[in-house]
Ligand binder design. Structure first.
Ligand SMILES: C[S@@+](CC[C@H](N)C(=O)[O-])C[C@H]1O[C@@H](n2cnc3c(N)ncnc32)[C@H](O)[C@@H]1O
Length: 275
């Protein structure tokens, strides 16, 4: 291993908790909570070459760096400054952010910075909530990407409307979906409400619920992909949990049959803002 690669490896090891598995150099992959690499080419990407692009809820920046890799001229990545800004339900508002800090070990930007340096990236990261997106705060973008964020919002439609105000051409929406509400089990545009604060999850839609959310927020719906599984990475607790019980087996069988692999079922939609 060269001195340069050893330096990258040392930087990777200094990040207390990686969210994304990202290939940072030949043979060096950050040990993420989730690994999007197996599904990234399945997504219905628009042509981003030469475009101004935005990644909303970027975390370690996987989609932002992917936009850059695909030839975007400029990429802005936004995320909230700290877990107090997440949409906690009232009974989790006190304890929740601290619990989240324990999970991330107080560091939510170091992974992005290490990845940015290792990749020689020019992506700019800004602290901001999805609800704060507007032409006045960030300008407008040819392409917007948002992944696995709507389920964490109490008001996903307000978030989507904010995206709509800054999106000129294309919006790639990649979201968790509930297989048990989707074909062949159900066909309606519905969403399951959690709202307990335990995992900070609010609404998980069916496949057609995801489409309807985009339509309701002022987008036309284009090519779609999925359901597919966003795979667990080496840091995810399920990687070290011993499986047991009928419920676990049923979930895993359903995931394998309908989403192709174990992981969290998602669907992706390429949408365009309606005039
Ligand atoms: C489940 S992670 C998804 C990360 C990445 N987009 C992906 O698809 O792998 C959700 C991200 O959204 C961010 N987030 C949560 N609430 C937000 C809000 N109101 N505005 C912007 N980002 C938010 C979190 O901080 C976290 O980085």
């Amino acid at each position: 291993m060269t001195a340069e690669l050893r330096g990258v490896q040392a930087d990777v090891e200094q990040v207390p908790a990686w969210y994304h598995s990202i290939e940072l150099a030949p043979g060096i992959v950050s040990p993420g909570y989730f690994d999007l690499r197996p599904i990234v080419d399945e997504l219905p990407w628009p042509d981003v070459r030469g475009k101004r692009c935005l990644d909303v809820g970027t975390y370690d920046g996987f989609y932002a760096f992917e936009l850059e890799r695909r030839g975007a001229a400029e990429v802005i990545a936004v995320d909230v400054a700290d877990p107090h800004d997440w949409d906690w339900p009232p009974d989790a508002r006190e304890e929740g952010p601290e619990r989240a800090e324990r999970f991330t070990r107080g560091e939510r930007t170091r992974g992005f910075e290490v990845a940015r340096r290792a990749l020689g990236s020019a992506v700019e990261r800004r602290s901001m909530t999805i609800y704060g997106l507007s032409p006045e705060t960030v300008g407008s973008f040819d392409v917007v990407v948002c992944g696995s964020l709507l389920l964490h919002l109490r008001d996903p439609l307000r978030g989507l409307e904010a995206i709509r105000t800054v999106c000129r051409e294309s919006f790639l929406s990649v979201e968790e979906i509930r297989l048990s509400l989707s074909p062949p089990f159900g066909r309606g545009p519905v969403a399951e409400l959690d709202g307990s604060g335990e995992q900070l999850q609010w609404w998980v839609p069916s496949v057609s619920g995801h489409r309807r959310m985009l339509l309701s927020a002022g987008f036309s719906v284009g090519p779609t992909a999925g359901p597919f599984a966003v795979r667990y990475g080496p840091s995810h607790p399920t990687a070290s949990v011993t499986p047991s019980g009928w419920r676990w087996l049923r979930t895993r069988l359903l995931q394998r049959a309908l989403a192709g692999a174990p992981g969290v079922p998602h669907a992706a939609i390429l949408a365009t803002p309606r005039a």
